[in-house]
Design a protein around this ligand. Structure first.
Ligand code: HAM
Length: 418
């Protein structure tokens, strides 16, 4: 039997209810903050991601689903949206049409990581890219949108962590100092971190290895390398978050796994989803548009993992989506009346009522059980003596009340069931 590919999930109808609940909260919040939806293709030229995200990142160096198509194009299933949105922004000159583009997306992403709870190879993100302003209000707004969505779906166990990576010159000085600090302790570091010393020294700060973390306690802090402008930007973001009553902690080791960040970085984590604790991450990327050959344009954004959020919701029992129900279940008393039942279903459905009926030849008792299973608000009996006289029995499943009405008196029927 052919099974689904490892690290991919089917989302079954019962789970869709939770997905739609979350997506509904996302769409409402995006509307409130005036973000417009953007959709980009599932695959792009590989160069977009290798240049955008950075060659030495884990995503580009070992996680991308890349292949050569029949026309010898190197293409990649998108591992994230920021590079794609920036490409679309440049390609369609969105910056010329409007000074500030506040965009949001909901989309599948692909990364060949080792699958585990909360870590998939096809997963889904919703997120924001706000392109066109340096203003720290936008950094704070992006964090606020992410935080409020998570709060609105009912999550309470949330930690917001923020940091600033400043500008490249400041980061270069910090990287050199960090390298110096680490060189002396190199032999004690994990193999992964030793490798990163030459490829991407900042990512060592992200190491999950306990021993590495201990060694890094005394490491220099990026915040000591920021110039006045970067510090002022960071202070402004913090003040705005405070005014929005968003609790946060500053973590100078928060460097994130993508190379494009400048200034603000942030993550929102939950202790309820095991080791894959980041529900959401993002930050400012003032140089990416230029790096992808667009006009110099500052930007900030975030992305959140839908599967991880739903795991956290389950574990916190954060929400119980409303139980599904139908308006009418049609109970056929006589199997000769299939055509009539079909016509009644069409009539009610044509009047915007959610109707279900029996597609086999179940007994009346079994049909009643089906009606209960579907949480039918009403059942309508098709058949019997009254039906021959042009009348139907309507039963209110909550009160048990039965009403006999003429089929022709549609207005009255609708009054009762609506
Ligand atoms: P990221 O931190 O790579 O950032 O991913 C954001 C979120 O996507 C994570 O916090 C996590 O919830 C989810 N996620 C990532 N990988 C997986 C996976 N393998 N399985 C399940 N969920 C996963 C970005 O993607 C940036 N583009 C965010 C951004 C937008 N920065 C600025 N703008």
């Amino acid at each position: 039997m052919i099974k689904a590919i490892k690290g991919t999930n089917d989302i079954l109808p019962e789970e869709i209810v939770e997905w739609n609940y979350l997506i509904n909260v996302v769409q409402k919040k995006m509307q409130l903050f005036n973000y417009k939806e953007i959709r980009t293709p599932i695959f792009e030229h590989t160069a977009l991601f290798s240049r955008g995200i950075g060659e030495s990142t884990d995503i580009v160096s070992k996680e991308m689903y890349s292949f050569t198509d029949r026309s010898e194009n190197n293409v990649t299933l998108k591992p994230e949206m920021t590079a794609s949105v920036v490409r679309a922004f440049i390609e369609h000159s969105l910056g010329k049409q409007s000074g500030l583009n506040k965009l949001f997306y909901i989309s599948p992403m692909f990364r060949q990581e080792r699958p585990q709870a909360g870590r998939l190879r096809q997963f889904h993100q919703f997120g924001i890219e706000a392109i066109g302003s340096h203003n720290p209000m936008l950094d704070a707004e992006v964090i606020q949108v992410a935080f409020e969505i998570l709060r609105n779906v009912g999550l309470e166990d949330l930690t917001v962590t923020i940091n600033s990576l400043g500008i490249p010159e400041e980061r270069a000085k910090f990287s050199a100092a960090l390298k110096n600090f680490i060189e002396d302790r190199k032999s004690k570091l994990s193999e992964d971190s030793q490798r990163r010393l030459d490829t991407n020294v900042l990512r060592i700060l992200d190491s999950k290895d306990r021993n590495d973390q201990n060694l890094l306690k005394e490491a220099p802090s990026i915040l000591d390398f920021l110039g006045n402008e970067s510090l002022e930007h960071f202070e402004n973001v913090k003040a705005l978050l405070k005014s929005a009553e968003i609790p946060f902690t500053v973590e100078p080791k928060l460097v994130r796994g993508l190379d494009y960040y400048t200034h603000t970085t942030f993550e929102i984590t939950s202790t309820k989803v095991g080791s894959q604790s980041a529900l959401c991450g993002g930050g400012r990327y003032n140089l990416l548009v230029e790096q992808l050959e667009g006009p110099s344009t500052p930007a900030v954004g975030f992305a959140a993992g839908i599967e991880r959020i739903l795991l956290a919701c389950k574990s916190e029992q954060a929400f119980t989506p409303a139980k599904e129900e139908i308006d009418i279940y049609l109970i056929r008393l006589d199997n000769q009346l299939e055509k009539k039942t079909f016509e009644m279903a069409s009539l009610f459905r044509g009047n915007n009522l959610k109707v279900e009926l029996d597609y086999s030849t179940r007994s009346v008792k079994a049909q009643m059980r089906e009606a209960n299973k579907y949480n039918a608000r009403f059942v309508v009996f098709i058949g019997g003596e009254e039906f021959g006289n042009g009348q139907i029995q309507i039963k209110n499943m909550q009160t048990g009340d039965q009403t006999l009405l003429s089929i022709k008196d549609l207005e009255k029927i609708l009054q009762i069931v609506k």
